[in-house]
Design a protein around this ligand. Structure first.
Ligand SMILES: NC(=O)c1ccc[n+]([C@@H]2O[C@H](COP(=O)([O-])OP(=O)(O)OC[C@H]3O[C@@H](n4cnc5c(N)ncnc54)[C@H](OP(=O)(O)O)[C@@H]3O)[C@@H](O)[C@H]2O)c1
Length: 249
């Protein structure tokens, strides 16, 4: 690294993080490293340098920031990745590195939507029996244990990698990753006779088509609200604003 380079660490695992890395990696004045947790077997790799695996808590991340002489930290992780965002806040404070969070806005219900907001996957499971019998579960492969006791309900789950037990006994798995189209989602709901959808409020454009398809079909949607994010960390909605923040430092 030349003396003029500034080192930016992006905590990634999202489309936004990949777009941000692509935008920044073209700048010769920057050294860009993206960090992935390693949850996905074959991740889409961002531009620039990539490191994979946990840091070992906030202390490990703070050590990495110091050792790798990171000048700016951008937390562009998924809104439901609650732990790493708090770790980033603590590590950035300890290592005196400026921190920004990139958080896409959440989805907003519109006319015709029948949404049922809940606080957790466990609450989503509690809400299901009153809403339907055939569930399209799009909350990812982690956390399916929360639904494992619903033995009378049928589930279609969709995730990038296969889920591991415990899972609901009556379940079909669809291995796929977005972006998805309204047409495709419409077919999926019809072909599997889905009568209730479960989603996290990820806010992602790539996965919002299911909401439009559910609205069209008059299907209720259980929406898991986002976990809390750390206080005091500046937040921007997307990669463009993150680039502007970096320039302002
Ligand atoms: N949760 C979701 O619904 C979801 C959806 C799509 C993508 N993702 C992506 O998948 C990753 C893991 O999500 P999660 O919900 O398991 O996170 P989490 O609960 O917030 O983090 C758990 C631990 O995983 C490690 N970790 C998480 N993100 C990391 C990253 N970008 N680089 C290095 N280590 C990371 C950290 O380990 P150490 O403490 O050892 O550092 C962290 O303490 C995130 O990067 C996120 O952007 C999550």
């Amino acid at each position: 690294m030349s003396g003029a380079e500034r080192h930016v660490l992006i905590l990634g695992g999202t489309t936004e993080a990949r777009h941000l890395a692509a935008g920044l990696a073209a700048d010769p004045a920057l050294r860009v490293t993206s960090s992935l947790a390693g949850r996905v077997a074959r991740p889409r790799l961002p531009a620039g340098e990539v490191r994979i695996g946990g840091f070992g808590g906030p202390e490990g991340l703070a050590r990495w920031l110091r050792e790798q002489q990171v000048d700016a930290l951008i937390d562009a992780t998924h809104p439901f990745a609650g732990t790493i965002s708090f770790n980033a806040a603590r590590a950035a404070a300890a290592a005196h590195v400026p921190l920004l969070a990139v958080r896409r806005p959440g989805w907003v219900a519109g006319p015709g939507d029948d949404w049922h907001p809940v606080g957790s996957l466990a609450e989503a499971a509690d809400a299901l029996p009153a809403l339907g019998e055939r569930v399209f579960l799009t909350t990812g492969r982690m956390g399916l244990a929360a639904f494992a006791h619903l033995e009378d309900m049928w589930f279609l789950t969709r995730s990038v990698d296969a889920p591991e037990p415990p899972v609901p006994p009556r379940m079909e798995v669809l291995l796929d990753r977005g972006p998805f189209t309204v047409e495709g989602e419409r077919d999926l709901l019809r072909d599997h006779r889905i009568d209730v959808l479960v989603t996290k409020d990820s806010g992602a454009a790539a996965t919002s088509a299911k909401l439009a398809a559910a609205r069209e079909a008059g299907i209720p949607v259980v929406v898991v609200r986002r976990p809390p994010a750390p206080d005091g960390v500046p937040v921007v909605p997307g990669p463009e604003e993150a680039v502007a923040w970096l320039k302002s430092l």
